[in-house]
Design a protein around this ligand. Sequence first.
Ligand code: NPG
Length: 367
Amino acid sequence: MKISRFNLRIIGLPLVRPFRTSFGTQTAREVLLVEVVTDDGISGWSECVAMSEPLYSPEYVAGCLDLLKRFLIPALKFQVNADEVAKNLSPYLGGQMAKACLETAVLDAQLKKEQISLAKFLGSTKSKVECGVSVGISDSIPKFIDEVSGYIDEGYRRIKLKIEPDWDFEPVKAVRQKWPDIPLQVDANQAYERSDGKLLAKLDEFNLLLIEQPLDEHDILGHSLLAKQVKTPICLDESIISLQSAEDAIEMKATSIINIKPGRVGGYLESVKIHDLCQSKKIPVWCGGMLETGIGRAANLALAALPNFTLPGDTSASSRYFKKDITNPFEMKDGYIDVPNGIGIGVEPDIEYLDSITTYKESVVRE
Ligand code: NPG
């Protein structure tokens, strides 16, 4: 596929409510968007999931922009198919989020040209997916219960609670007491130490679906040791950055469920490989979220429609995050969101709205 230009832009979108995790509080989402324009005049869109600061992963918006401009875009030489992008970018180490973003924009353009939806291309088997919601750390239990209550009333089918030392047992207990049967899981974002096994084992009584990423992302052995101390399944997120890392963590029994985030593993094509591996090893997977706009959400929904995505993901409705999304909003009906079935990722951004929230814009054009 011949590419005539790459349009890069950064937008700023306020969140409807602050989102606090063990690594910080987000009040707005700064998003790097890539538009690939082909010689046929087709636009492929994608969003980079990196945050403004390197708090969740080493990647961050300004760093990804630099990586794209300086190394990744030039490596594609304006002529590439989606299945060759990863190979062309492989000399450059790391940068999964920036690489995923570039590959997805190329893929969107290519699938639009081939008139096929991303969901179909990836191998989806569902037309709608079950919605979970991720609830941030709060400053009081009553305020927190109110927030959870609101989500349950809206119809969310699985609740994920962010935890950290001193915000774990009590909030989880409060939710479990009020909703004894709701599918519930927790996410620590690496906030605990190997020595916290006993403390985390106290959560076993709450019948949680999983504990997500309790320890440092590099501590695969620690997770494997912890898995022997707690009954609740351990699920890795930050530690899984590729097919290889998924294979190693499974083999070491450090994870019995995997959160697949396409941005974190370098793209949707790598995500499908991880999905297939997990399916063959009987490891259930679910699709994580990174406070995506409609562009990233559309592609995540396509992935979450694959058969081994048997747990609800962080695929919430647009209204959970933004007052106004940059695409038509994703709405939840009876706890499900429809998987987009239009060509490519199946959605287009509202350019006029984008222009009004753009903080940076630049094009890399073929000479
Ligand atoms: O619904 O998109 C969502 C947010 C889900 O909790 C969520 N994401 O650690 O998985 C995470 C967390 C996150 C958010 C990570 C933003 C990084 C950035």
